[in-house]
Design a protein. Structure first.
Length: 110
């Protein structure tokens, strides 16, 4: 499958997905670690892709997303942002409702 198709499939099939360096349990970069910690804190399941294991996605996603860096949080097929934005939204209490709403939809669909 073409990389862009793979990305589209991932963001469609996973209502909450983080593209990051390393894994939530073992992040390979402080920015990815911060976002993973916040996601864990929100208490809902989320998917992740370790872009260090997927150089094709690392190369293609920034073009597709029009966002140059990692991590990237995507909710329901839309880019929410990187580390700065996620931290800011979390601190303002704006992230949790988004996560909860997306997670609630997953639970209803099951
Ligand atoms: N200010 C950024 C910090 C993230 C960042 O600068 N990421 C860099 C270093 S980890 C990056 O992804 N560079 C491109 C790459 O490594 O492919 C944010 O809010 O997400
Ligand atoms: S890997 Fe060096 S700043 Fe993220």
């Amino acid at each position: 499958m073409e990389t862009v198709e793979k990305i589209k499939q991932q963001i469609t099939e996973n209502p909450i997905i983080v593209y990051m360096k390393g894994s939530p349990k073992l992040p390979s970069c402080g920015f990815s670690s911060q976002v993973a910690q916040i996601m864990i804190n929100c208490g809902e399941q989320f998917a992740f892709v370790d872009i260090l294991q997927h150089p094709d996605i690392r190369a293609e996603l920034p073009k597709f997303a029009n966002w140059p860096t990692f991590p990237q949080l995507w909710i329901e097929g839309e880019l929410i942002g990187g580390c700065d934005i996620v931290v800011d939204m979390f601190q303002k209490g704006e992230l949790q409702p988004l996560i909860k709403a997306a997670a609630a939809k997953i639970k209803t669909e099951e």
